[in-house]
Write a protein that binds this ligand. Structure first.
Ligand SMILES: [Zn+2]
Ligand SMILES: [Zn+2]
Length: 98
């Protein structure tokens, strides 16, 4: 069993290669790794705190997709209200509150 060392700090990672828990991340199309636990913390998503294998605007893929869905939903709702004329808008608000 080979000992694997962290690419960043040269400490043993405690893992033994790909498929055995080794952490590899990708930044700007370049693979970085393997990483030890400590160093992999530097590559976490700023939203969920999970290790972000690939980073999308500062977030892991999951959070980035999720944020995009939220944004799409918000925009769709906003456009919906914009399309309503004032009268129908008032009516919808009244209905919403009663
Ligand atoms: Zn390290
Ligand atoms: Zn995330």
């Amino acid at each position: 069993m080979s000992i694997e060392y962290c690419e960043t700090c040269d400490e043993p990672t405690g893992n033994a290669g790909r498929g055995d828990g080794s952490v590899f991340v990708e930044r700007n199309g370049k693979e970085i790794g393997p990483l030890c636990d400590t160093c992999s913390n530097d590559f976490c998503c700023s939203q969920c705190g999970e290790i972000a294998i690939t980073l999308h605007e500062g977030y892991c893929e999951y959070c980035c997709n999720h944020n995009q869905e939220e944004l799409d939903r918000y925009n769709a709702e906003y456009a919906h209200w914009q399309r309503m004329d004032d009268e129908r808008c008032d009516e919808a608000i009244r209905r919403g509150y009663t």
